[in-house]
Design a binder for this molecule. Structure first.
Ligand code: ATP
Ligand code: MG
Length: 353
């Protein structure tokens, strides 16, 4: 049966890189036993300009019938960030209970890290971010606004259920990797209630995975260690805020935003997971055909893995890395002069060759 994929190319370079991901999937679908059925949705800031909403009523229902969602990028100048965030990204992540955000951090062959003397053997880990609760809650408010007594209070919500499902995912992921090592981000020396609770959940879940070695670091030193000892890390798990910070720092040491993939996973598989490059719509380069498609193609690799199409995933990743390893066809952000399409053409040549 064909995998049913909902495509939301979105805005800016999302419209340019999503078709490149589809081209790779179509090339893979020439193999017997692998097939995809694509349905495209125009939800975007352009849609918002016309209809006053990022997506119509009923969109969530309709999307819930798909196996996976592949998203380009949403956001464009003139439309405030909170519109695209609260009008599309957050409702999708929440409604589909995509409580795990995954960001692989691996330096691809041929690419250079801004960290001196660090190569692909040193930078290969994956950041697992809690995606549904934590510090990003709507609970809180302001008091005595405009007065000298003014103050703001923001509550963090960490539940055992929410923590255990993301931790369970992270430990299982660690178990599947050769190093079988997990590091948890905490700050229980300064944050007195929620973080010790998180630590307890880590210890409890950790006991179920005796074959995984785990450690924990305060977020400040953990961030520093990404820079000084990236080779220490294998699977790194953090709350919503800590995971957010680490999942931007990670890609920054591994070739930048043009190559960084991500996945929003519903671990039960009952509702669709959503796959999107880390980058945004990049209005400064949109429409020129020069965006780096690696982030999208690697995102497609993650989607294939989640569909249990491991062979196709490995082949596509292998083709991407063959091209970066040769170093002849690269986009501008990586010091080359190839177009978005030319890079994908090179990947397809490897894939088909
Ligand atoms: P958003 O608010 O949508 O997240 P942003 O401005 O925060 O947008 P990006 O759109 O990701 O962030 O762009 C940040 C910078 O990185 C821009 O200069 C952009 O051109 C560059 N960039 C982002 N993605 C790519 C890509 N795929 N290839 C090349 N450059 C990129
Ligand atoms: Mg951004």
């Amino acid at each position: 049966m064909a995998h049913r994929i909902a495509l939301i190319p979105g805005d800016g370079i999302g419209l340019e890189v999503t078709p490149e991901g589809v081209r790779c999937l179509e090339a893979l679908a020439r193999r017997p036993g692998l097939d995809f059925e694509f349905t495209e949705f125009p939800y975007s800031c352009e849609y918002y300009a016309k209809h006053g909403v990022m997506m119509p009523e009923g969109a969530i229902d309709e999307l819930s019938g798909f196996d996976k969602i592949l998203l380009g990028a949403v956001g464009y100048p003139g439309v405030p960030d909170h519109v695209s965030l609260w009008g599309l990204l957050i409702p999708l992540r929440r409604e589909f209970q995509q409580c795990v955000n995954l960001r692989p951090v691996r330096l691809l062959r041929g690419l250079t890290s801004p960290l001196r003397n660090r190569g692909p053997e040193d930078i290969d880990f994956i950041v697992v971010r809690e995606n549904n609760e934590g510090e990003y809650s709507e609970i809180g408010g302001r008091l005595y606004d405009g007065l000298p007594e003014g103050m703001a209070i923001q509550s963090t919500v960490i539940t055992r259920k929410g923590s255990e499902r993301v931790l369970d995912f992270a430990f299982r992921l660690a178990q599947s990797r050769p190093a079988r090592h997990l590091s948890s981000a905490t700050k229980s020396n300064g944050i007195k209630h929620t973080m010790p609770f998180w630590d307890e959940c880590v210890a409890d879940v950790g006991r179920r995975y005796p074959d995984v070695t785990w450690d924990q670091f305060h977020i400040d030193i953990l961030a520093a260690n990404f820079v000084t000892h990236p080779d220490w890390f294998d699977v790194v798990v953090g709350s919503n805020l800590f995971g957010d910070i680490l999942s931007d720092l990670g890609p920054a040491i591994a070739g930048g935003i043009g190559v960084a993939p991500s996945a929003n996973i519903n671990p039960t598989g009952e509702l669709p997971s959503m796959f999107e490059p880390v980058h945004g719509s990049a209005p400064d380069i949109a429409g020129k055909g020069i965006a780096n498609p690696i982030a999208m193609l690697w995102t497609v690799v993650m989607m294939l893995e989640d569909l249990s199409e491991q062979q196709a995933a490995d082949d596509l990743m292998g083709a991407i890395e063959a091209v970066t390893g040769e170093g002849r066809v690269l986009t501008g952000d990586l010091g080359g002069s190839a177009s978005t399409r030319e890079f994908t053409d090179a990947v397809l040549a490897h894939l088909n060759g």
